[in-house]
Design a protein around this ligand. Sequence first.
Ligand code: ZN
Ligand code: ZN
Length: 988
Amino acid sequence: MYSVTPPPLSFSCYLHNHNLHLHNITIRKPKINTKTPFPSFTTAKSSLLSSPTISLHKTEKNAASEPYSQQRFHNLCDTGNLNEAFNFLQSNIDDVVSFSNVKPEDAIGHLLQACGRHRDIEVGRKVHEFVSTSSRFQNDVILITRIVTMYSNCSSPNDSRFVFDVSRKKNLFLWNALLSSYSRNALFHEAVCLFVELISATEFAPDNFTLPCVIKACAGLSDARLGETIHAFALKTRLFSDAFVGNALIAMYGKFGVLESAVKVFEKMPERNLVSWNSIMYAYSEKGVFEESYDLFKGLLNGKEGLVPDVATMVTIIPICAAQGEVKLGVVLHGLALKLGLGGELKVNNSLTDMYSKCGYLCEARVLFDMNEDKNVVSWNSMIGGYSKEGDFRGTFDLLRKMQMEEKVKVNEVTLLNVLPACVEEIQFLNLKEIHGYAVRHGFIQSDELVANAFVAGYAKCGSLDYAEGVFCGMESKTASSWNAMIGGHAQNGFPRKALDFYLLMRDFGLDPDWFTIGSLLSACARLKSLSCGKEIHGFMLRNGLQLDEFIGISLVSLYVQCGKMLPAKLFFDNMEEKSLVCWNTMINGFSQNELPCDALDMFRQMLSSKIWPDEIAIMGALGACSQVSALRLGKELHCFAMKARLIDDSFVTCSLIDMYAKSGCMEQSQNIFDRVHKKDEASWNVLISGYGIHGHGLKAIELFKSMQSAGCRPDSFTFVGLLMACNHAGLVAEGLEYLSQMQSLFDIKPKLQHYACVVDMLGRAGRLNEALKLVNELPDEPDSGIWSSLLSSCRNYGDLDIGKEVAKKLLELGPDKAENYVLISNLYAGLGKWDEVRKVRQKMKDIGLQKDAGCSWIEIGGKVYRFVVGDGSLLESKKIQQTWIKLEKKMIKIGYEPDTSCVLHELEEEEKIKILRSHSEKLAISFGLLNTAKGTTLRVCKNLRICVDCHNAIKLVSKVAKREIIVRDNKRFHHFKKGFCSCGDYW
Ligand SMILES: [Zn+2]
Ligand SMILES: [Zn+2]
């Protein structure tokens, strides 16, 4: 609904900067010899968490001095033509011996290394066979060690074991090679057993190559106790002082999440290298402790060791900026990477692209992405993910298509998982189906449960629940997330009942709900307004300690809000430790929706004092509350606030403001705001039209209706509600009937009950009761009690008992337990003087135990809203209020006021009835207003029920004797009382 596009960043800013500022610390420009690049970065993350490579031979020589044949052999090895290299070696082995000063063992070793590097196990096996069948080489333990390592690199540790077992001579190198093979290939248990065998069954003392492999195995087994034992062993054998060992320990503790131990190792290491720094930074960032990662990074840059960040450092620290949304720091790191000559490194480029796109700087990400010449699947995935996260559907799919045209990269599971969240609307259904087909053809759905779940969620979001169910049913193993996708999909797409059904099925399958399930279920219950169901889930949460999560908390609060239970909602809200903006919004809007505007405004104030900055939703909720009670001054404050918060251009806020001013009786202000709106949408026209409507300015509303169309806006169903209401309040019957018929014939909008209700009311007020009744009887839908009751009050006004009786019967059928219906009926009889009937109705009310809804009025004075209930004597000032009214009454009687007791139901003496009339809530509110405001101030009162005849008469006269303008809004319309007259022309 509301999106902020970040300002573009300039890439040039850091290119000219020689000293980079990272927070308050100046990073020394590292001494870079431009001719020799930094320590090798060819294998990125090389210095991170790597165990040492066991290098046995150091015979690299200047290739130019070697004979031609050897150079050729090396070329073949390097380019991966290993079969050819092997054949060459086999046929020239004697030449190698005779023509060069290189030992054949070295050539074989070189080929074995190449086999490992290119993961070519076929040729590797041939070399293995060649060695083991040659009497010259078969006992060469160095070559055997190389074969073990080759199998390890080709992910075949069992072959490593076989070679190890058949070797007659075994030295520590060979043991280390097998150990490394096990831990490299995740056979951690075997690695530990081998280590135990090494220290118990041989004389060899483990060295600085042995321990890192074992420590890695401990980390892999998540065996903290064993890890600590090895740590102790390292301390005892003094191997701890070796950097490889220390680094492995840091990585291990990092993996366990025991940061204190990792830090202890880091601090006690006598000699730290770059890997040590990278490992400890990585440990912190994995734990989400970002501040310390930054501090360490600064420490690294300023350290005595004079270390210079490498690829691994950068790809550890850059994602932290991404996670934190710290784009400024990210830019500094980008600059640093360029200065260090790491800008061209694929992994660095990828993490920078990812950082920019996660921070919402898609243009910058795209520049980097486009500049990257050897993009791999990670590059594509993070760029696609960036577009998708921003909801840029077109960008996401454009890039996906480009990716599919690339030869070097293939769409994988991650790509799909990144693309799918972009499909959230119905129109994207076809695209979704397209990728679905792709995923099925490539077996992603079948093999990857995450992908299948993402499709379920995607279809659900696009509203295609059938397709979602199809994918769901096709899944072999359904996890909680699969069920969640189905439950959430149904809950969000207006099928709350089905969401609950899926939940029951899920339980039948023996799966427990998790946070997501609970969240969806709560929202389903909220939609169903099913408090009992919701309470059951709440109970489950309490039993399982799930209530602490914020998301769940909000869902629970909104469940109670939706069920109209503001008290438990408030209690729960008060107990929440962290109240986010969303929580506050839920409460503010909840109070407002549940017609507790004063509480809504209270909430808004509390939110401000809790230093939470409101957004457009909070402002809308608060404005809605102001509208309900015509709290003009508060509304104005909110208006200023919205301007300061720059929310004034939000179309929802604008509409709420137009509505608030209209409902506070300031049509001029409403019009002003409307006039200043640049792009006027349907909603803003509608609000203004109904604003004029409730004020009885029918002709103005009609004029606006016409301008709306000439401005190119198409009237919708809401427009006609406002328009028909305007015709009704202004008594423009002919026009109203005309618009009702135009609605369908010209605008192709089917009138709903709301529209008919306006017209029925309009006909009734005009005394055209027969027509009104005919219309009601011919309605396409079943009329509701609102329509019948408005017709009944018309019958009362015109004293039509025949139609009145018929209507009363219908009304009681629809709402036999609604007090207001009985009141209306008894008013009808009372108006005709049929007191016996009045008594019967009243007796019936008593029998059923019904009480008339308490009349209630609000008045805002000095930014505070005061509420008055009929007969309210609780206010301190109630005595003064009564005296004020009696004084007014005396003045009014002089100019012709006569209390109209016909609307008092109780059978009482006339004097008592007049007493009751005096306690009507609007009279209390007006007296209070007169007491507490300066002369000449306009009073604005708001009432929950329709104003009675006596109050209407009385207030007209008050406006004259007190020389005040009084604006009363009842539940139907506005009455502007001025100099003894009302704007409604006594037509309400
Ligand atoms: Zn009254
Ligand atoms: Zn009036």
